[in-house]
Design a binder for this molecule. Structure first.
Ligand code: C2O
Ligand code: CU
Ligand code: CU
Length: 418
């Protein structure tokens, strides 16, 4: 499909009821539906515009996680949409292909709003990404992974105890309980999004089947890396390409890992390959024509300390305090030290590469461009961050832990791009 370069979307945030467990209804929220929202797809260079209609009956926001855009369009805690109102952001997509996503970001309410179902995927295409399987729903499949606690009558339960917030014992994939997928292509690209509030997943296949990691949060890798396990903490994404034999059955599984936050053992998705499969070109060689993010020689270094009390640099979030001022378009080194329990770290309007974890090479699955990274407890993680170009002296952007209970607690800071 050729794009005419400009795309408009209406997104209505609404409440409703959804059947997850057979015969039982949960009270949920969704966007243009009762649970989750539509996948938005646009190409680099497109002008996109939105009418975000808030029919929730309460204030919220809608944030474009992973997007480089003017701060006032970011949909963070400062772009509140009152009940009954419409917010109309617009920008030109100017970043490499990636799997980004959208979700509310109202300060103190993010966990609740996301848990009830307000989230969706946003796919950015470019010339590089089109060389991979790109036929949406056929060989290019979104997988939004979320854990839930259900009451006996099938309603969502939120856990107010515990240090990480709600950790569910049932998994929904794209809002479906106990899902299966029939595939008709020999190579399928899965876009994994950990859309859970707090749980991490160690993705793999039950039989040890390997896959190729082709992209991380913020774009394609330089070349594919074959592996059998990948860990994603909340907010992180990865694109993998999996090869199937005709008639094959495979189970995407989450293995128990030592993440510090619960990962748990779950069968996530049963995949059944058709008796005859459409062949596609093998995936090897160079994927991305975008160079790796490199630090300039005298890159500014900033330090961030994460603590047990869910503070960053000994502070809780203050909507009226600016914590850092960063030159627009800068590339800096951010060093994150975690003295608390497990946290992760996300930066708005930026893409970064993980340089080291405890001064060692990061795990292979953390290669390439990211915007969210797991910070194991007791560890030091260094990242080189490429910031967006849009200067705005008034509206701050956020960096925060993406375990949503922690974020709501105030584990978040604000920076200006100037
Ligand atoms: Cu996914 Cu600041 O958020
Ligand atoms: Cu974000
Ligand atoms: Cu945290």
């Amino acid at each position: 499909m050729e794009s005419d370069g400009s795309k408009h979307f209406t997104l209505t945030m609404q409440t409703g009821r959804t059947e997850f467990l057979p015969g039982k209804m949960a009270d949920t929220s969704g966007i243009n539906g009762t649970y989750l929202g539509p996948t938005i797809r646009a190409a680099r260079g497109d002008k996109v515009s939105f009418d975000v209609v808030n029919d929730l009956g309460e204030q919220s926001t809608l944030h474009w996680h992973g997007m480089k855009l003017p701060a006032v369009m970011d949909g963070g805690p400062h772009q509140m949409i009152d009940a009954g109102k419409t917010w109309s952001p617009h920008w030109t997509i100017d970043q490499p292909s990636a799997t980004v996503w959208y979700h509310p970001h109202l300060h103190g309410k993010t966990a609740e709003h996301v848990y009830r179902g307000l989230a969706g995927m946003f796919i950015i295409d470019d010339e590089d990404s089109k060389k991979l399987p790109s036929n949406y729903g056929i060989d290019d499949i979104p997988l939004i992974v979320q854990d839930k606690l259900f009451t006996d009558d099938g309603k969502f339960l939120e856990d107010d105890e515990g240090i990480f917030g709600t950790l569910g014992d049932e998994i929904l994939i794209n809002g479906t309980y106990d899902p299966y997928l029939k595939v008709t292509a020999s190579q399928v690209r899965f876009r994994l999004l950990n859309g859970s509030n707090a749980r991490a997943y160690h993705f793999g296949f039950n039989d040890g089947k390997t896959f190729k990691l082709v992209a991380n949060d913020a774009g394609l890798l330089q070349e594919p890396v074959t592996m059998d396990r990948i860990m994603l903490s909340p907010g992180e994404r990865a694109e993998i390409v999996v090869e199937f034999e005709p008639g094959e059955e495979a189970i995407l599984h989450s293995f128990n890992g030592h993440a510090g936050i619960d990962s748990g053992e779950f069968d996530l998705l049963k995949i059944i390959a058709a008796p005859e499969l459409a062949e596609s070109a093998p995936i090897d060689g160079q994927l991305s024509t975008v160079p790796e993010i490199e630090a300039p020689e005298n890159a500014r270094v900033r330090q961030f300390k994460l603590t047990m009390e869910n503070k960053i640099n000994d502070k809780y979030m203050d909507m009226y305090r600016i914590d850092e001022v960063v030159p627009a378009g800068a590339t800096e080194i951010w060093e994150i030290n975690n003295f608390g329990h497990s946290h992760n770290f996300h930066i708005h309007n930026a893409a970064f590469r993980v340089l080291s974890v405890n001064d060692k090479e990061p795990p292979e699955y953390e290669r390439g461009r990211k915007d969210t990274v797991f910070i194991p407890n007791g560890s030091n993680v260094k990242i080189v961050v490429e910031f967006g170009n849009y200067a705005d002296p008034h509206y701050p952007l956020m960096y925060h832990c993406h375990l949503l209970r922690h974020e709501d607690d105030g584990m978040m800071g604000q920076f200006l791009l100037v």
